[in-house]
Design a protein around this ligand. Structure first.
Ligand SMILES: Nc1nc2c(ncn2[C@@H]2O[C@H](COP(=O)(O)OP(=O)(O)OP(=O)(O)O)[C@@H](O)[C@H]2O)c(=O)[nH]1
Ligand SMILES: [Mg+2]
Length: 426
């Protein structure tokens, strides 16, 4: 179970001072191909935890005759992680990637995915919150349950959490999980301990997280249909500091919105269209009340409707249907006004039709008007989508995926070592 560890300089560089500008920060082992599992561990200042994690992990794999590698993706912790990995690699197949230009748990895991070579990939924290002894069970569940994704779960029967976990953390975790219920039925979708087939990951550049919930991101974007959960005991960290902060919570909300837009693109687009419509109503009322004193009621009404319609057109063009194929703005504007008039006629026709049909509609004129408005909104949306703004696929509303950083990374100037570690072989 030994591996050799090397730090590489980029091709063509000699170990002089200039070449330090591009000091390679990828440490690789010569672990054999055809591994059962690559275990990806993102780290930031976890040097106190790495030895125990490595020992327990490889003992667990060895016990079940599984072959594996540990891929540590460190964001230049400068806490002795590099040196420790060098020492550990004398005994264990470890690869270390040190990123110097990027920070973040989720992108670190994606980097680990791109380095993985095992049939299966497991992701876990370095802080010993996730029991390494559970890794073989996750892999067995992946095989025997025909699952696409297996979570080491705190919230299925048998799962437990360290008693020292504060009430705030508990509520936070539960609420965050609840908010994701439209994306997965898993009980612990927030977990950072999971296993997946490498083939299921596919092209990892399509992963596009904006927070630290890489497990949820992977379930949604890699379209994992069946998600299984294995109970674990979640231990609170003994050493090192937590990286969970308020900014991460805010990023999680943004991340959720992105994932919902990815999973339900049409519904999200319709809701955006509705929000634009509501903003148009406000513009309409404000314009109407400000123009009435100078223009009089009739002219002010006509001007307000026109201003609101133009407002809606611009917002829909820029936001709701921003992926439209490029067409003349003037032509699209004329089509939009036609669609609005069609919607208005339908709204009026529905109101008149329903109230003349039945006494109960006549008794509820406001509710009947709402029915007409809703019907008009749907027709208006369909016209906008298929005619006014000829759209691309809704998924294209997504931002560009996170780029996977190259193997050879640049260290910040002040962090360059005095002598280049040209090649350290253990
Ligand atoms: N590479 C990298 N790893 C990170 C970063 N932030 C956190 N990690 C690692 O991701 C894992 C989970 O981070 P934690 O700080 O334990 O987050 P948490 O589990 O929500 O919080 P606590 O367990 O309470 O500390 C750990 O292995 C961290 O070292 C980062 O910016 N870059
Ligand atoms: Mg932790």
């Amino acid at each position: 179970m030994t591996g050799s560890l090397s730090i590489f300089l980029p091709d063509g560089d000699s170990p002089n001072t200039d070449s330090l500008n591009t000091l390679a920060a990828t440490i690789t082992s010569t672990a054999s191909a055809n591994l059962d599992v690559s275990v990806v561990v993102p780290t930031f200042r976890e040097v106190e935890n790495l030895t125990t994690l490595t020992e327990q992990l490889f003992a667990a794999l060895h016990e079940r005759s599984l072959t594996g590698e540990l891929i540590v993706v460190d964001d230049n912790s400068c806490d002795g992680t590099i040196e420790l990995c060098q020492r550990l690699a004398e005994t264990y197949p470890i690869r270390l990637v040190v990123r110097t230009e990027e920070r973040g748990l989720a992108t670190a895991v994606i980097r680990g995915f791109s380095e993985a070579s095992g049939t299966y990939v497991v992701v876990m924290d370095a802080d010993l919150s996730h029991p390494p002894t559970a890794v073989p069970t996750l892999l067995e569940t992946l095989q025997t349950n025909q699952a696409d994704f297996v979570i080491g779960s705190r919230y299925v029967k048998g799962g437990t959490i360290d008693e020292s976990w504060s009430i705030f953390r508990r509520i936070n975790s539960r609420v965050a999980g609840f908010l994701a219920t439209g994306l997965t039925s898993a009980k612990d979708p927030m977990a950072g301990f999971f296993a997946i087939r490498r083939s299921q990951l596919g092209d990892v550049t399509r992963l596009n997280p904006c927070g630290y919930k890489i497990g949820l991101e992977t379930i949604v974007r890699c379209e994992c249909k069946s998600v299984a959960e294995v109970p674990i005991h979640f231990e609170d960290r003994q050493f090192g500091e937590s990286k969970l902060n308020l900014k991460e919570q805010w990023l999680y909300v943004r991340h959720l919105l992105r994932l919902y837009a990815f999973r339900y693109p049409e519904a999200c687009r319709f809701m955006t269209f509705g929000a634009v419509g509501l903003s148009g109503m406000i513009v309409d009322l404000v314009t109407f009340s400000s123009l009435t004193p100078s223009l009089g009621l009739s002219a002010a009404r006509a001007a307000a409707i026109w201003v609101a319609m133009t407002w809606n057109f611009e917002l829909n063009r820029r936001v709701t249907f921003k992926t439209s194929a490029k067409s003349s703005i003037a032509a699209a504007y004329v089509r939009f006004c036609t669609a609005c008039l069609t919607g208005a006629a339908l709204s009026w026709g529905t109101f008149v039709g329903l109230t003349s049909l039945s006494e109960s509609f006549r008794n509820q004129p406001v509710a009947t008007a709402v029915v007409g408005t809703f019907a008009a909104a749907i027709v208006n949306y369909v016209l906008c989508r298929s005619w006014v703004f000829v759209t691309g696929k809704p998924q294209q509303l997504e931002a560009a995926p996170v780029a996977v950083t190259p193997d050879i990374l640049t260290l910040d100037k002040e962090e360059r070592p005095a002598q280049p570690p040209t090649r350290i072989a253990a």
